[in-house]
Write a protein that binds this ligand. Structure first.
Ligand code: KG4
Ligand code: ZN
Length: 345
């Protein structure tokens, strides 16, 4: 007898950067387990992610993480309906660990293999806690490597309408955090320190890209912070870490919120979802909420733990691909620069 859609079990595997993660999701929306083994401690020693160390840590942990995910969900591999895995974008050596593992499991257990685009996974994280959210909607994706405005047309069709011309938002957070002595990982630290600072203390630029109203640029604000720090040093003055952090964060948040809300207005979208690591930022969430309320737009964002890298989001997106009939062969490879509109079948 054919299994009902709400009973379909997907095992998700994620290893694109510095988290080794596995999860089991039922019916596309119910998370039965979500195990994340973070490598943050070791990369902190080097001030950022060291790709080779990331791959080596993934290979060490991946079997244990998958076993734990199955155990916590109380299901066996034989009961799983498909294995889904991030195959790009990300660090090639890190991705290969997850892809190799998923292929081995799918082959050994005779299960379908579904490759997932990491950013499509971040977007799908929104489905977990918002049962009413279904495409179409507008999504602001803000992670360590991506800053995109995406029209989510169906569960498996995406159109990029804006992107960054240089640094991603998360990358700017990480670089500025390092420059002001906060270290790695920068985003959460800037978020925390900013609460003690004045966001209007220093006026950092809000970059506009001429001719492309939905695009972003963050290298200008990052350079402005570095210049400000240099000037302080040259004058022999100390700078206030909390004020610099808060003012930088405010400049980034103003641009992200402004572009997303104005895009929604121009496209007639009444729903915006935010996704990716920077979606955990408290100031971004607050300002987005305020602006969306004013424009009568419904706002969605995942809990912080589902904003940063995890495998539940990969299993959710894997579920919708599986239901759409998307399958990958055992020749699936890691694609470090996979484009969002190239992923899928
Ligand atoms: O989505 P993610 O976990 O990994 C990528 O796919 O890149 O995003 C990581 C990024 C990092 O740049 C990190 O500094 C940033 O998300 N981040 C934050 C916060 N939490 C994580 N940025 C600002 N505020 C936060 N609370
Ligand atoms: Zn990510």
């Amino acid at each position: 007898m054919k299994k009902a859609a709400e009973d379909i079990l997907i095992l998700g595997i994620e290893s694109s950067c510095d988290e080794t993660a596995a999860a089991v999701v039922r019916g596309g929306r119910e998370v039965l387990s979500n195990v994340i083994s973070s490598q943050i401690d070791i990369h902190t020693l080097y001030g950022g992610v060291v790709p080779e160390i990331a791959s080596r840590k993934h290979i060490e942990k991946i079997n244990q993480v998958i076993e734990e995910a199955l155990e916590q969900a109380d299901v066996t591999l034989a009961e799983i309906d498909a294995v889904s895995v991030t195959y790009g974008p990300g660090l090639v050596g890190a991705l290969l660990v997850g892809v190799g593992e998923a292929k081995a499991l799918a082959y050994a257990a005779g299960k379908p293999l579904v490759g997932v685009h990491h950013i499509q996974g971040h977007i799908a994280a929104n489905y977990i806690e918002h049962p009413d959210l279904e495409p179409p909607f507008l999504c602001l994706v803000v992670s360590g490597g991506h800053t995109h405005l995406i029209q989510v047309k169906t569960y498996t069709e995406f159109e990029v309408i804006g992107c960054t011309h240089d640094d991603a938002a998360g990358e700017a957070f990480d670089k500025v955090a390092r420059a002001i002595g906060l270290g790695y990982p920068g985003g959460p630290k800037i978020d925390r320190v900013s609460k003690q600072g004045n966001p209007h203390a220093i006026e950092f630029p809000r970059a506009k890209i001429s001719g492309s109203e939905f695009d972003f640029s963050f290298s200008g604000v990052k350079s402005a912070v570095l210049n400000y720090l240099n000037q302080c040093e040259m004058k022999g003055e100390t700078f206030c870490q909390a004020d610099v952090a808060a003012s930088f964060q405010q400049a980034v948040v103003d641009v992200l919120v402004g572009r997303a809300v104005s895009a929604a207005g121009k496209l007639g979208e009444k729903r915006i979802a935010v996704a990716g690591g920077v979606a955990a930022n408290s100031s971004l969430r607050q300002q987005m909420q305020k602006e969306c309320e004013r424009e009568q737009i419904t706002l969605y964002y995942p809990s912080p733990v589902l904003c940063t890298d995890n495998a539940a989001m990969i299993a959710v997106q894997g579920y919708y691909e599986y239901m759409a009939g998307i399958r990958h062969g055992l020749d699936l490879n890691a694609v470090p620069n996979l484009k969002i509109d190239e992923a899928g079948s």
